[in-house]
Design a protein around this ligand. Structure first.
Ligand code: FAD
Length: 380
């Protein structure tokens, strides 16, 4: 039974996107990976074609489409083996903060540009001394009259160089309770006191500009706060369900791709005159991976259905984030063993996927943190 009910409109959207990615994005991938950044022109082209923020309502310049359109974008982006164009982060992780918690003025000001690709977004929580333990963040946001003065720094921020606006988490040092001290603010690039680092050279996600952000007496309007003062931590928690779903689905698609390309390889590669795919040990390995991937696709798709129905599935999305990202790493490693030395060549499609998969158990909450959340929800 098909869990996700795609209509003809969804299929048309997917076909248009596939064509766009093939013509406009695929030829640029190697250049982006070498430069550690994806050009803004590619984002604008995505926006112009309607592939960014499909769920944003028409009143804010969007198309008001259902969540399955986002799922299609994640799936097709994963299929082209490119993590540089972080549209899922922009459309389905950062923009929802503005859409859900922004004032009408903020929504009218920023959302149309996020949809068109004229504005690229980032979310800045992590700091050099505050990764998993967000409550220990040191970046401060202090109200002075009608302004907020931001001081501190953030690190490992995806879209850190390209971003035109950042959803920034900062704490009010005058509030003792560290959780209740955190608020979220929109900070525009170009605001005096806000500077960006160079894109990190990192293992995997090479076309993605991950960078440090610095704030020194950076003055922003108090009206740029999302939601109520001190609600930042709650807002982050509320949006984590979707973030983890995006992560789990991305890792699932990566595993599917890796398995597909390994199967193709095994059918053509001959050992002692017979294709690798005809060896029983290879067949069993491929079958075991295919089975686990198929089972997890059902799990992920079930969560997409539940998420669209507005159900609270934080335990399940945490389970999926941990299990599916671990699974994709296992698949990448096992497929590399099956391919042998052919797989380690940079010219092999597996090499990049192997690196890209590795980090998925670390970002968006490490898998240890996921297990902590699950344990808590089990009353342990
Ligand atoms: C490519 C990339 C992109 C990123 N993009 C962003 C972004 O856009 N925005 C953003 O804000 N951040 C981003 N991050 C940061 C990411 O979210 C953090 O790396 C992640 O939250 C983990 O924090 P940490 O690396 O500081 O690890 P730490 O928190 O220092 O953890 C180190 C180890 O300790 C373990 N650990 C920590 N606490 C516990 C605990 N309570 N129980 C058990 N084990 C624990 C962890 O699981 C891990 O194994 C990105 C990171 C990467 C690598």
């Amino acid at each position: 039974m098909e869990l996700l009910k795609f209509t003809d409109k969804h299929h048309l959207f997917r076909e248009r996107l596939k064509k766009f990615l093939k013509i406009r994005v695929v030829p640029e991938i190697d250049r982006c990976e070498a430069a550690h950044i994806t050009p803004k022109s590619m984002w604008k082209a995505m926006g112009k074609e309607g592939f960014l923020c499909p769920g944003v309502p028409q009143a804010y310049g969007g198309q008001g489409l259902d969540f399955l359109y986002s799922f299609i974008v994640w799936e097709e982006l994963a299929r082209i083996n490119f993590t540089g164009l972080a549209a899922p982060l922009h459309s389905d992780i950062v923009v929802p903060y503005i859409q859900t918690f922004g004032s009408e003025t903020l929504k009218l000001k920023y959302l149309p540009k996020c949809v068109s690709g004229d504005m690229i977004t980032a979310v800045a929580m992590t700091e050099p001394g505050a990764g998993s333990d967000l409550a220990s963040m040191e970046t401060t946001g202090v109200k002075e009259g009608q302004d907020i003065i931001i001081n501190g720094s953030k690190t490992f921020i995806s879209n850190g160089v390209n971003c035109d606006i950042v959803v920034l988490a900062a704490r009010d040092p005058r509030t003792e309770d560290r959780h209740q001290a955190i608020s979220l603010y929109i900070v525009e690039a170009g605001t005096p006191g806000f500077t960006k680092g160079e894109p990190f050279e990192k293992m995997g996600w090479a076309g993605q500009d991950t960078a440090e952000l610095f704030f020194s007496d950076c003055k922003i309007p108090a009206a740029n706060r999302l939601g109520k003062p001190g609600d930042g931590f709650l807002m982050l928690m509320q949006k984590l369900q979707q973030e983890r779903l995006v992560c789990a689905a991305g890792a699932l698609f990566e595993a599917e791709n890796i398995l597909d390309l390994t199967i193709d390889h095994c059918k053509t590669k001959k050992i002692a005159g017979k294709p690798l795919s005809k060896f029983q040990s290879t067949q069993f390995a491929l079958v075991e991976m295919a089975s686990e991937i198929r089972i997890l696709r059902t799990f992920v798709e079930t969560m997409v259905v539940d998420h669209m129905a507005g159900k609270q599935i934080i335990k399940e999305t945490s389970m999926a984030k941990y299990w599916v990202t671990d699974m994709s790493k296992r698949v990448a490693s096992r497929c590399l063993d099956i391919m042998g030395s052919d797989g380690v060549l940079e010219s092999s499609p597996l090499a990049r996927r192997f690196r890209d998969t590795r980090v998925t158990s670390i970002f968006a909450g490490t898998n240890e943190i996921m297990k902590g959340i699950i344990a808590k929800s089990m009353g342990l």
